[in-house]
Design a protein around this ligand. Structure first.
Ligand SMILES: Cc1ncc(COP(=O)(O)O)c(C=O)c1O
Length: 427
């Protein structure tokens, strides 16, 4: 039993315990699987996080794109509260239908263009889950089944081409093809069937194709891998290789989709339509975990029959309500265009700061997805200083400061951020 004083407030999940006590609970009773910064957040609203003292921090991480709509967006909160009070939010056994799931599937399927158009105009189908990595695994199941059923690859021999420094989540199959040792060392046996090549290298992809290749899985822009945009024409090149060799081209847009890079979907920058796409994070506005794999209806029907997939909480009614409301906000508030416009202003200002800074090696990115690579390779030094100055940011791949605020960020907030960046990077 804990000897720590438990709050006498009668509210689940909220207390006025000192920060040190909350940190102590985490240290004593939680797995140490995150290196946390020393901020305990008590409130989150819009682009701002608040601690117990009422100090405010501009959130330039936005939970890695989960909070694209801003924290506690009133439209999403109202939808969730209504669903809870109206008794249409709880998990329902998956042997019956629910209104919420039907409405959510309809919305997601129809907000995308025809996925995998080479398989015909059958429409899109959506398979929902509880978080990004689960939907990446769903995509992998789809790709392997396609290889087996449509291409005649012996089951167990299917290969998927992936990219060095990829990030697709933390479960066993997905870490099996990570190139980052700390994600996978000691967690074997790892899952075979993945060939990893350099991101952006079309020739390497061509060389990696074998008679057993069934798919290419790629982030159209790498987030965790260092905020890299591939060379122009890379996605088109992948499309050609996939078409020539009858491979499924699957985009993981969990971090860069839904407006983040200045387009609703990152693939729109090159106008390359994938055969499958994974979305997560902002799809539910940062309030309830939801993720989806979407593909051509013909392929989805080929791969999945009753029993071949499922999830108790996968898109349960509360999650669907969050999803519908969160997508409404992205569309109604035109967040992709907003990210493009605000991102242009912010990147210009960051480039000006970088020109004066002895620490910046490179600035890259698109929309409100901007990386500041620092000389010496330790971006966290600067992230810690940003936190002391009222800005939450963290590193991508050690060397790059990731600037990815909620897409609702306004001009005053951009100004505040640039003032702090200048203070930390120039002085
Ligand atoms: C591109 C990409 N794929 C997959 C994931 C995993 O998502 P989740 O943490 O929701 O499982 C992430 C998370 O950061 C991601 O950025």
């Amino acid at each position: 039993m804990s000897d720590i004083n438990v709050a006498n407030k009668n509210i689940a999940g909220y207390s006025d315990l000192a920060d040190s006590q909350i940190i102590d609970f985490e240290n004593r009773f939680g797995a140490h699987h995150y290196g946390r910064l020393g901020l305990v957040v008590r409130h989150a609203k819009g682009a701002w996080l608040t601690n117990l003292n009422g100090d405010k921090y501009l959130d330039c991480l936005a939970a890695y794109s989960a909070a694209n709509q801003g924290h506690h967006h009133p439209h999403i909160v109202a939808a969730l509260v209504k669903a809870l009070q109206g008794n249409y939010a709880s998990v329902i056994s998956n042997v019956v239908y629910t209104d919420a799931l039907g409405l959510f599937l309809n919305k997601v399927a129809n907000m995308l263009p025809q996925i995998g158009p080479r398989f015909g105009a059958a429409g899109n189908k959506v398979l929902p889950k509880n978080g990004g990595v689960e939907s990446v695994e769903t995509a992998i199941k789809m790709a392997r089944y396609y290889g087996y059923k449509a291409k005649g690859i012996p089951d167990g021999k299917q290969e998927i081409i992936v990219f060095n420094n990829n990030f697709h989540g933390r479960m066993i199959t997905v870490i099996s093809f990570s190139s980052t040792p700390k994600y996978k060392t000691g967690f074997g046996p790892l899952t075979p069937g993945f060939i990893s090549v350099p991101f952006g290298d079309i020739d390497a992809v061509k060389k990696a194709v074998t008679k057993n290749t069934c798919a290419i899985l790629v982030e159209p822009m790498q987030g965790e891998g260092g905020m890299y945009q591939p060379p122009d024409g890379f996605l088109k090149g992948l499309r050609e290789i996939a078409d020539t060799n009858d491979l499924m081209l699957i985009f993981d847009e969990i971090q860069v989709g839904l407006g983040r890079t200045g387009k609703m979907f990152c693939f729109e920058h090159e106008n390359v339509i994938p055969d499958g796409i994974v979305l997560g994070k902002a799809i539910s506005g940062g309030l309830v975990p939801v993720s989806v794999f979407v593909t051509n209806a013909k392929l989805m029907d080929m791969a999945f029959q009753p029993g071949s997939d499922g999830s108790t909480y996968g898109a349960y009614p509360l999650a669907c309500v969050a999803g519908i409301a969160a997508l409404d906000v992205i569309i109604n508030e035109n967040l992709p265009a907003r990210a493009a416009a605000k991102g242009e202003i912010l990147k210009k200002r960051i480039l000006e700061i970088a020109a004066k800074s002895p620490h910046v090696k490179e600035v890259r990115g698109r929309g409100l997805f901007i990386g500041i690579e620092v000389k010496g390779g330790d971006a966290m030094v600067f992230c810690r200083r940003l936190l002391e100055n009222g800005v939450l940011a963290n590193d991508s791949h050690g060397h790059t400061i990731r600037i990815s605020p909620p897409l609702i960020i306004n001009d005053d907030e951009i100004e505040y951020l640039c003032e702090k960046l200048e203070k930390v990077l120039v002085s």
